[in-house]
Design a protein around this ligand. Sequence first.
Ligand SMILES: [Fe+2]
Ligand SMILES: [Fe+2]
Length: 255
Amino acid sequence: MLHSSVFWKNHFEHNLTKQRVDWSLRPAISAHEKQNILYSLKAWQLGETSDGSHLMAAANKYAGRINDPVYPEAVKLFITEEQKHGNNLGRYIDLLGETRLKKDWGDTLFRKIRYLNTSMELWTITVIIVESAAQVFYTALHNATACPLLRQICTDILIDEAHHLKFQNERMYILFQQKKFYNKAISIGLYAVLFFATIHAIWFAHGKALKAGGVAKPEFMKQMYYRFFKSMQFLHAPQPQEATALQYPEARVLF
Ligand SMILES: [Fe+2]
Ligand SMILES: [Fe+2]
């Protein structure tokens, strides 16, 4: 089932009104827990605070091509939700009396890729991979601490991320349908390479926090492969009704 851009715009507008974190709580994190997760907490906080201008540029260009003026509005709200995650994590870091990261190698690398990226397809597959990793990471972060405030922040993010993944998987489906058979096969291969490289970079950077949350490397890889295969499987599902009805015009794709 594919949802329209209007549906997603309404979803994000409604979801942004939900306040699931009780800020009257104060951090209650042990020194040991903090030592395991602090670097990753700061790095993900930085990663969630992008202004989204490059994604917006790609979304505007793409929406003009497919004549869907509401799509950029939905993407804008999606970015706002990511920034909310960054704000909440930042507020928690401040309450711990720690300083927020201004620079991180993973974030710098990802920002460089974003800067060069004007393709909606490349944006979407990258976001799908990162959102999938976010689901595993924030679950591990939640389980790596007994701090009720941090757990609430993670739960709130996880509720949002589940919808982000659906939003992006649906867009990927629409983009993927424009390809011919061999193009589809080559694209899946390239997505897999991107996926493989990204999950290893994430494990390298955040393995310590993931392990503290009970996710050892084989488990991380297993969970990531499961999510990736689910996303790829969705691309090959029988064509959902709304996609046929809307008859999306030919969209320029990367590969
Ligand atoms: Fe997020
Ligand atoms: Fe997200």
